[in-house]
Write a protein that binds this ligand. Sequence first.
Ligand SMILES: Nc1ncnc2c1ncn2[C@@H]1O[C@H](COP(=O)(O)OP(=O)(O)OP(=O)(O)O)[C@@H](O)[C@H]1O
Ligand SMILES: Nc1ccn([C@H]2C[C@H](O)[C@@H](COP(=O)(O)O)O2)c(=O)n1
Length: 227
Amino acid sequence: MVVAIDGPSGSGKSSVSRGVASALGLAYLDTGAMYRAATWWCLHRGVPLSDVDAVAGQVRTLPLVMGVDPQHPTVHVDGIDVGEAIRTTEISAAVSAVATNLQVRAELGRLQRAEIESARVRGRGIVAEGRDITTVVAPDADVRVLLTASEEARLARRARDVHGSDDAAAVEATRDQVLRRDADDSTVVQFHVAADGVVTVDSSHLDFDQTVQAVLDVVESVVGPRA
Ligand SMILES: Nc1ncnc2c1ncn2[C@@H]1O[C@H](COP(=O)(O)OP(=O)(O)OP(=O)(O)O)[C@@H](O)[C@H]1O
Ligand SMILES: Nc1ccn([C@H]2C[C@H](O)[C@@H](COP(=O)(O)O)O2)c(=O)n1
């Protein structure tokens, strides 16, 4: 089974997808982490992100290994564990420059399809999440979900993650990472409105466990109850 989940920043894609994959015994692919790893690789190799062709060339050499265990997802580039390095504010602020490079999207989309196919062939199945999984990378996935939440909920969640608080100052300091990034990313990919056949789950008024359950309910409604 392939489950595709898209949504804007802070909607809960990564954490909810891991919960769903764990519950169903599926692998888990964080495609945002692949764009972050590509950004880390370009900066590590001194490639200016404004040079579209140089970035694309560098990404074609990306020695990326994604660990797809939902309990312990990992990201290695050239043998280096970059799991923490790709979550820094520096990478979060820079990643849209790489994610809006259409040559990079073609290359990473190819790698993502290969990961999904490899899980499928091994008979394990996978939950893959990002911005264009339901529409471009795996439009033929068995289950396709758009996970949304209000701007207010998304900013508060990210503020709590990064600043340990969702007071006004923390929310303000989070705007760039959430709303500016979504605005930039939206110039090349659409993840605010569900495409035909994609089921919307709005988590604005759900807690984490309720949101995982809501997605599991969608899976069950599409593929039937688990054995
Ligand atoms: N339904 C929910 N209610 C409350 N908090 C939630 C809910 N879903 C996720 N969270 C929390 O919100 C934070 C952001 O979630 P997560 O990182 O999974 O979002 P994301 O959509 O993957 O964001 P990004 O695209 O920016 O990486 C996490 O701390 C997560 O535990
Ligand atoms: N399928 C995808 C996945 C991610 N992106 C972009 C959007 C973000 O700016 C960046 C990092 O994603 P995150 O870790 O915050 O989910 O990658 C994309 O364009 N397409």
